[in-house]
Design a protein. Sequence first.
Lengths: 115, 111
Amino acid sequence: GAGVSQSPSNKVTEKGKDVELRCDPISGHTALYWYRQSLGQGLEFLIYFQGNSAPDKSGLPSDRFSAERTGGSVSTLTIQRTQQEDSAVYLCASSKAGTSDETQYFGPGTRLLVL
Amino acid sequence: SQKIEQNSEALNIQEGKTATLTCNYTNYSPAYLQWYRQDPGRGPVFLLLIRENEKEKRKERLKVTFDTTLKQSLFHITASQPADSATYLCALETGRRALTFGSGTRLQVQP
């Protein structure tokens, strides 16, 4: 595909349920980022993957959040036992080689609503 | 504490005028700064990057300045058009691979 894709585009869930959000980065991009954007707020860094290196998980807000990147491509962000404060837009981005001055290409996001 | 501040109030200007958006930061020493545009329901789109040793960077109708003494970046759109209406985010290099973003300023260009 031409850009970063994310699915689902919208997700409504009940408090306490688990959710999985998917990100397909641009082909050939080795770096992948997850951010969270709450209403009217800036982007909050969650986790970063670069090639086969150990991910930078320093932004994950709690141990209910985890992410995987299989085969160096697709990534899944999992939120266990969702809480209402998890409601936000979850954005994925990718870049070519993961140097910090590179352009990050963002997907359209997944809008998560926890009831 | 470390902060990135962008004017949270919307900026309303008339078509054809120059829009100037401000990004101030405290307790960071970024090697560079980026500006992104975000439309409603979409992810941010990269516009410009400016490094700490650069005073000014231009791209078509866009101009960015970076004053490391004032800890401030200004983002200008000249000859603004209604299509420029969007939220503009500044993002700093803060010593890790991921960027640290401000909360953005919404620009509304009136025809």
